[in-house]
Design a protein around this ligand. Structure first.
Ligand code: ZN
Length: 170
């Protein structure tokens, strides 16, 4: 296994959508191993294949503090999601950027493992948030895209509150 270079924003390759995996072979296992090595070296909790310039629907996560809970998701799809909340995120492809985005905090995901076996899993809290962040990468979406939407909403809410204050004062 080896570390790979992590593409950084605004590299246009981060915007390319990933393709579904249809061959579950040694190359796929090697990719997953490299993703883990690269993720742990970057002290990240998740990493997707597009971030290392591979356009395959593969992502890895490990939310343990000591690297003992590796998870691999191939061709993930979210079956249901609920309980949206505001969460603070960062990204190995955007060093130094932290932002608050809206994410579901409970979801059910369907995916394949490295042998091609399908599984379903319920995720909550940071695990659910991390999965959504990494799945965004598979579609070429970065969390700053969602950040700008959130900021627009905040600006709109602030404007509405200011209008209410003006009405009360009038
Ligand atoms: Zn990211």
């Amino acid at each position: 296994m080896a570390r790979r270079e992590i593409l950084e924003y605004p590299d246009s390759r981060l915007r390319l959508p990933a393709e579904p995996v249809d061959t579950f072979d040694d190359e796929l296992s090697r990719l997953a191993g490299d993703l883990f090595d690269t993720m742990y070296a970057a002290k990240a909790i998740g990493l997707s294949a597009p971030q290392v310039d591979v356009r395959s629907q593969v992502l890895v996560m490990d939310l343990s503090v000591d690297g003992t809970a590796p998870q691999v998701y191939v061709n993930p799809e979210i079956l249901s999601s609920t309980r949206p909340g505001l969460v603070e995120e960062s990204c190995a492809s955007l060093p130094g950027v932290v932002g608050t985005v809206v994410r579901a905090t409970e979801l059910r995901v369907r995916a394949h493992d490295l042998d091609g076996a399908a599984f379903e899993r319920d995720l909550s809290a940071m695990e659910a948030v991390c999965l959504q962040h990494e799945m965004d990468h598979l579609e070429g979406t970065l969390f700053v895209d969602r950040l700008s939407i959130f900021r627009r909403l905040r600006i709109r809410a602030a404007a509405a509150a200011a209008a209410r204050r003006r009405r009360r004062a009038a």
